[in-house]
Structure formats: structure tokens, C-alpha cells
Ligand binder design. Structure first.
Ligand SMILES: C[S@@+](CC[C@H](N)C(=O)[O-])C[C@H]1O[C@@H](n2cnc3c(N)ncnc32)[C@H](O)[C@@H]1O
Length: 220
């Protein structure tokens, strides 16, 4: 009995070791990739794209959507206004492709976007006011695309939006259709016809909301 027991427990130890080994190899692979990326960035090569990480609820805009939103932000902000991309790094990237003198910040939890140096603001929606006081009431345009379809996430994101926006700022919020009542109550935004497209099709109906008539200017 004792030998039977010890062999089955040995198997368990071996199995665990294989799993641990797998996890370790994965960790080293990711670490190597991170180091390679950092080296490239230090050499001045900022990656054109970042892979979606679904664990962080990352669903990138289709290029057409990102560019249309970027042009709209610039129209609203004027030549040297200020734009906050809250959990919307693809919009930030699109804005960087266009000519302007605006200040643009990307508020993000994913530290890969620290490659954007001073434009990167580390941001966790769970601590909505844990951003620099200097960013208070600084932005003419705030675009937010919260990671989760939950009341908690949306309410906390709205706290950050209100903290960083100027009094008369334009707000664009992209989120699921199911959040419509709440977004309206929290931020005074209404549903737009403009269609948000993603690189990978999303199963949830997704909507763009704004506190002004965005449809006059954005074409799907
Ligand atoms: C639904 S995606 C929106 C991305 C947008 N569609 C784009 O293309 O730029 C949600 C974003 O929230 C970010 N995110 C994930 N966890 C977060 C957290 N705890 N706090 C703030 N942002 C977070 C993700 O990295 C991702 O950029």
C-alpha cells in the first residue's frame, strides 16, 4: 500500500513539475520578448502595433474607426488643444499619425504603452483619482473606452473623466449598448449612430456616446 501511494504521489509531483516547468518557460519567453521590445524602443523603434491581450480586455479599433475618431478629436480640440485617450491607446496612435500641435495623453493600465514616454499616464480605473493633480481640468476632449461592462468600471471611469476634463469639454465614450442608461446619467452623453468597428469582431453590441452631436461630423 505504501509503495502504491508513493508512486501515485510521485506521479503528482512529476506532473506538477511539468506544469511548473511550462509556466517557467512561458515566463522566460515573455521576459525575453519584453527585453527585445525594450531594446528596440531604446534604439528609437516604437512598435507600430501591440498584440491584443484579452486578459486586459483589449479590443483594438479598426484603423478606419481610429482615424475617424482622431480627426474628430482634432476638429474639437483645435490646433493646439488637449486630448485625453482614457483606455484607448489605438486612438492615441492614430492621433500621432496626424499633423497637429495638440497635447495628447494616453491613460493606460498596460505598461507596454509606457513607450510613449511623457504622453503615458499610468491609470487603473479602480483608483480613479490616482493620477497627477496637474492633470485636473486639463483636457478639451476626453475619449474613454472602459475595459469592462460593469457598473463599477463605468462609474469609476466617469470619475476620472470628470476629473481631467475642462468644464466645457467634449466627451466621447465607447462602450456596450447595455450601459446606455448609466452613461447618460453619469456623463450626460447620448447614443450616436457612428459605428465603432474593431479589428476583431466583438459579440457585444458596441456603441459610441457623446455629449454633443458627433454624427454631424463622423461618418461610418
Ligand atoms: C475595451 S479596450 C479599449 C481599447 C480601444 N478600443 C482601443 O482600440 O484603443 C479597454 C482598454 O482598457 C485597458 N485596461 C485594462 N485594464 C485596465 C484597468 N484596470 N484600468 C484602466 N484601463 C484598463 C486595456 O489595456 C484596453 O486598452
Amino acid at each position: 500500500m505504501s509503495s502504491e501511494n508513493s508512486s501515485s504521489s510521485d506521479d503528482e509531483v512529476l506532473q506538477l513539475s511539468a506544469a511548473t516547468m511550462g509556466a517557467l518557460m512561458e515566463f522566460y519567453k515573455e521576459q525575453q520578448e519584453r527585453e527585445d521590445r525594450m531594446k528596440e524602443i531604446e534604439e528609437g523603434n516604437i512598435p507600430e502595433t501591440f498584440e491584443e491581450n484579452w486578459k486586459m480586455s483589449q479590443f483594438w479599433y479598426h484603423e478606419d474607426t481610429a482615424m475617424e475618431l482622431a480627426r474628430e478629436c482634432l476638429r474639437l480640440a483645435g490646433n493646439d488643444g488637449s486630448i485625453a485617450c482614457v483606455s484607448a491607446p489605438t486612438l492615441y496612435r492614430a492621433l500621432k499619425k496626424l499633423e497637429h500641435n495638440c497635447t495628447v495623453k494616453v491613460f493606460e493600465y498596460d505598461t507596454r504603452f509606457a513607450v510613449y514616454k511623457d504622453d503615458f499616464v499610468f491609470y487603473d480605473y479602480k483608483n480613479p483619482l490616482a493620477v497627477s493633480r496637474e492633470l485636473r481640468e486639463q483636457f478639451d476632449v476626453v475619449v474613454a473606452d472602459p475595459p469592462y461592462l460593469s457598473e463599477e468600471c463605468l462609474t469609476k471611469t466617469a470619475v476620472t473623466v470628470k476629473f481631467v476634463m475642462k468644464e466645457d469639454a467634449r466627451i466621447i465614450l465607447c462602450t456596450g449598448h447595455v450601459m446606455e442608461d448609466l452613461v447618460n446619467r453619469l456623463l450626460g452623453v447620448s447614443k450616436c449612430q457612428f459605428e465603432i468597428k474593431h479589428e476583431n469582431n466583438l459579440s457585444n453590441p458596441f456603441v459610441c456616446y457623446a455629449n454633443y452631436n458627433l454624427d454631424e461630423h463622423c461618418k461610418t
